[in-house]
Design a protein around this ligand. Structure first.
Ligand SMILES: [Zn+2]
Length: 307
């Protein structure tokens, strides 16, 4: 894809929106360039808001250009910027999905669950043992695949153009999705409207306040062409509570334990020697547990919030 981008650049020099001069979250005009990310075919700049801490790609890629990322090449790992296709490794991913569902079900035993950015519907498949599942997926390649499995419960589109009734879900999950959205305020408000009273929103995204993100600066791997919105933990918690969410809880690095992560990693193993990776994964997991106040060692986090 960004393999295709060179031709796109030549045919359409203007792949960026106009640069904005205010923060998309709090409208403050005190924004400044934090990083210029140069390791991709198309360099881009991430600004930081001095008032609320929100970070965002500015200027950001146009919607049509962003849509061009999420092709078959993105999902099969054959693009410069790509995603791990869960379909071939489902039995390994299953460990993480089940572990997450176990924690979710400590709060909500069953009911309607919506996964935003459901890709091929792997997580929904695991969740369907306990919940009536639905999904939203903007990529045609992944969304149509999920639709074959779950029918009209999958909306191929976005939070802006779905027809799910409000107050209709008890759980909404957004796993590594919020950072892809150009308008996260709208997304959080829409999740609030879609949830029933007492419903749970689960968000996984990077915490830009974590020492990992701070130390690595522009080398931090999370700065990717598809990532438009970056949250410090405090900023996300403040947004959730401004929209009306309560009982906001953050987990470091994730809400479940180490073992499911180790099992998932086996999906990438090619030889017995790969078990050495378990040391690194375990170290990262336990180092992530060191946090106090707003200080966090790593940038992995999962947030739970209730309506
Ligand atoms: Zn701001």
């Amino acid at each position: 894809m960004i393999a295709d981008t060179t031709s796109m650049l030549q045919s359409n020099a203007n792949i960026f929106e106009n640069r904005r001069n205010d923060c998309p979250l709090c409208s403050s005009h005190i924004i400044y360039p934090a990083h210029t990310i140069k390791r991709w075919s198309i360099p881009f700049t991430v600004d930081r808001c001095a008032d609320c801490g929100f970070m965002f790609m500015n200027p950001r890629f146009r919607d049509e250009f962003i849509q061009s990322f999420y092709t078959k090449e993105y999902f099969t790992g054959n693009a410069e910027y790509s995603y791990c296709d869960e379909r071939s490794k489902e039995r390994y991913f299953q460990h993480v999905w089940e572990a997450r569902l176990n924690i979710i079900r400590k709060y909500i035993r069953g009911g309607n669950l919506l996964d935003i950015g459901c890709a091929f519907g792997g997580f929904l498949g695991a969740a369907s043992k306990y919940f009536e599942v639905a999904g939203i997926e903007p990529s045609e390649y992944a969304g149509l695949y999920a639709k074959k499995k779950f029918g009209n419960r999958i909306h191929h589109g976005t939070l802006e153009n779905h027809s799910f009734p409000h107050d209709s879900f008890l759980v909404i999950t957004m796993i590594e999705v919020l950072e892809h959205l150009p308008n996260p305020v709208f997304a959080i408000k829409e999740c609030y409207r879609l949830l029933q009273k007492g419903g749970l929103l689960v968000i996984q995204t990077a915490n830009m306040e974590g020492l990992q993100a701070k130390l690595l600066g522009e080398r931090y791997a999370y700065y990717m062409p598809g990532h438009l919105s970056y949250f410090p933990k405090r900023t996300l918690a403040n947004l959730l509570s401004a929209v009306g969410f309560t009982r906001i809880k953050t987990f470091h690095p994730v809400e479940f334990g180490l073992w499911p992560k180790l099992r998932k990693s086996q999906g990438d193993f090619k030889s017995f020697l790969d078990y050495r990776k378990w040391m690194r994964i375990a170290a990262y997991h336990y180092i992530s547990k060191i946090h106090f106040g707003n200080f966090c060692t790593t940038s992995s986090m999962v947030m739970y919030a209730f309506k």
